[in-house]
Write a protein that binds this ligand. Structure first.
Ligand code: PLP
Length: 424
């Protein structure tokens, strides 16, 4: 037994499923998870000493790779003065100012500790602000594990939500309408039917949690128009896309301004930070400015905030987006070429440094088409890549993340590995 297996064995005795978040368990691809010992730049090493090029990046946060120097320096500065006070500190104000500067739709922002907390709080705020209870989400979009959001569609166009998990009250899930992503007609008919009951629409403006799926041209604009007309709040869940697909997130990339934005991942630079923000008129309804309650003992934690602040400042200074685009395009091209040579159907969906290889001949525009992917082939591909020292997300329905620490030679090495992996 190697050390990873040994640790997993121990972990399973004291942690449900041996992991603290389900996707880490490799269940979708089979096999046992690797325990990671350390990381540096684009690389990670497992506890058995094997090196990998990392395309998970902690599931999105590490846009400058592991142990990026500005984050380490910022953390060291905070360690010298104390880790938590439960009282306001200067860096929180600085981070909030920087967020409002980078995202013009965000006039005021509240910091929390995870993406889940951000989306749960934004939904409560939208309901409290509008006095309405119904929300709309999209099939295959993930917004954390809050009760109202842990719901997906069955078949059919607009289905009333059924909970995805035992423990989610059906009375709550019923208030969530689930629509197919990218389907304008489904959206229009739901708004025709009960627009006046809809508190908010929450969407990943580029979906990342059914694999990477870009919005069709005009789709986000339609969403903006329908929500405006019916007095519903439009929430862009930019936990994954924020500061990644552009400095100003998907809202900058596609030129559509939501009422509220949820953030996480990159905003914490590898530490636990989430945030939600938007129009001041709405945000001022949150306690203590207003009556809608939301709080957190470690919200705005100095260590977490300093890592996020250092990351956002470096993004602003270095603007790595052209480079991320070029690296993404290089990986996309390489894998398409390799698949062509091996005679395997692959669709690569990519937005900048987020991408997914789908093993299907169909265009992937929503969760239904994503599910046409040959997940058995994906599993073989995943394990063949791991064997060759390439660490990909352990599910077909996740996005590969490239960081600014990746090099062209990392990408070329990955493409060579993919060429072999596709022959298996
Ligand atoms: C990761 C993610 C979340 C949840 O964030 P956590 O920090 O894991 O709670 C919410 N929304 C989107 C779009 C995400 O990608």
């Amino acid at each position: 037994m190697n050390r990873s297996e040994d640790l997993f064995h121990r972990a399973q005795r004291v942690i449900p499923g041996g992991v603290n978040s389900p996707v880490r368990a490799f269940q979708a691809v089979g096999g046992k998870p690797l325990f990671i010992q350390r990381g540096n730049g684009s690389r990670i090493w497992d506890v058995d000493g094997k090196e990998y090029i990392d395309y998970v990046g902690s599931w999105g946060p590490l846009i400058f790779g592991h142990r990026s120097p500005e984050v380490i320096e910022a953390l060291n500065q905070v360690l010298a003065i104390g880790t938590s006070f439960g009282a306001p500190t200067e860096r929180e104000v600085e981070l909030a100012e920087l967020i409002t500067q980078l995202l013009p739709s965000v006039e005021k922002v509240r910091l929390v500790s995870s993406g889940t907390e951000a989306t749960m709080s934004a939904i409560r705020l939208a309901r409290g602000f509008t006095g309405r209870e119904r929300i709309i989400k999209f099939d295959g979009c993930y917004h954390g594990h809050g009760d109202s959001l842990l719901v997906r569609a069955g078949s059919g166009v607009a289905t009333l939500g059924l909970p995805d998990s035992p423990g989610v009250p059906s009375s709550l899930a019923e208030l969530t309408s689930v629509l197919p992503f990218n389907d304008s007609n489904a959206l229009k008919s739901e708004f025709d039917r009960r627009g006046s009951q809809i508190a908010c629409v929450i969407i990943e403006p580029v979906a990342g949690n059914m694999g990477c799926v870009e919005p069709r041209p005009g789709y986000l604009e339609l969403l903006r128009n329908l929500t405006k007309r019916s007095g519903s709040i439009l929430i862009f869940d930019e936990v994954m896309t924020g500061f990644r697909v552009a400095l100003g997130g998907a809202q900058q990339r596609y030129g559509v301004q939501p009422d509220l934005t949820t953030m996480g991942k990159v905003i914490g630079g590898g530490l636990p930070v989430g945030a939600y923000g938007g129009r001041a008129e709405i945000m001022d309804r949150i306690a203590p400015a207003g009556p809608i309650y939301q709080a957190g003992t470690l919200s705005g934690n100095p260590l977490a905030v300093s890592a996020g602040l250092a990351t956002l400042k470096r993004l602003q200074k270095d603007s790595p987006y052209d480079r991320l685009e070029a690296l993404g395009a290089r990986l996309e091209r390489g894998v398409i070429e390799a698949a062509g040579k091996a005679g395997i159907q692959v669709r690569v969906n990519r937005v900048g440094s987020m991408l997914t290889f789908f093993f299907t001949d169909r265009e992937v525009t929503d969760f239904q088409s994503a599910r046409t992917s040959d997940t058995k082939r994906f599993s073989r591909f995943f394990h063949a890549m791991i064997d060759q020292g390439i660490y990909l997300p352990s599910s077909q329905f996740e996005a590969v993340f490239i960081s600014a620490a990746h090099t062209e030679s990392d990408i070329d090495q990955t493409v060579s590995a993919a060429t072999r992996a596709l022959e298996i």
